[in-house]
Design a protein around this ligand. Sequence first.
Ligand code: MG
Length: 285
Amino acid sequence: MTLPAPYAAVAAATKGFLPPDEGAALHAAAADAGPGLWLEIGTYCGKSTVHLGAAARAAGAHLVTLDHHRGSEENQPGWEWHDPSLVDPYTGRLETLPSLRHALWDAGLDEVVSVLVGTTQQVAGWWTSQLALLFLDGNHTEQVAQHDYAAFASHVRPGGVLAVHDVFPDPADGGQPPWHVVQRAVRDGFDQVSVTGSLRVLRRSAARPAEARLEPGSPGARLLLAISGHPGLSAAELRHLTGLDVAAVGRGLLDAGLVTSSRFARGDCWVRTGSGARAVAALRG
Ligand code: MG
């Protein structure tokens, strides 16, 4: 599936670091993600946002695009990818938000795309929505790339799409953090779907049946009950309480969509309302 002409013209005219073949692959992957909520991390001026937004409109999805809009390290003065025309004279800092707003306006995508201005650290603490698609293209330092993956990939629903940009397995081609993120995603059960240039598309495997993991007395059921009965316990405390390998059992609950891993990672376990709460109620009989 190729980007329809009116969008393609806007995308081509928008500043960014997404070659046409990678843009086409991103658009095609998004078209397969289905309806629901999509999240892009690292908006810059909106070139990839137009690719994703066009697919979101066709799929009946809604796209949230998140960026602080002051540029990554490589966009700052003196660095390789600095564009002086994007400096805001008021702040003296890089400012890409107006360029994004113009791109969305030109593409007619204002209603399909919600623009979220902030850092991923600001948003990670309160984000709880399940994602049909996650595109990771934010800050590429190891610390932030790993943070962004840990904070948001756990929200990708079973069968959902994870796309990662600027993936270079060979250090001679570019920085390694996005590649490390892809390797981590594969270890976490994401399947690789396609490679186009530095764009990797992965998909979270479909959920294993929740019932199989929630037989009364099963490790999953015991952990879920412990989480529910002792809200706020850390993973270490839960391990002590239940004698379970909390990380391994939690992974099963995660695959079943009953808990969120970012909370596990922070040691702040939390049962989803909805399916998790119903499962707990059923287990309690
Ligand atoms: Mg990129």
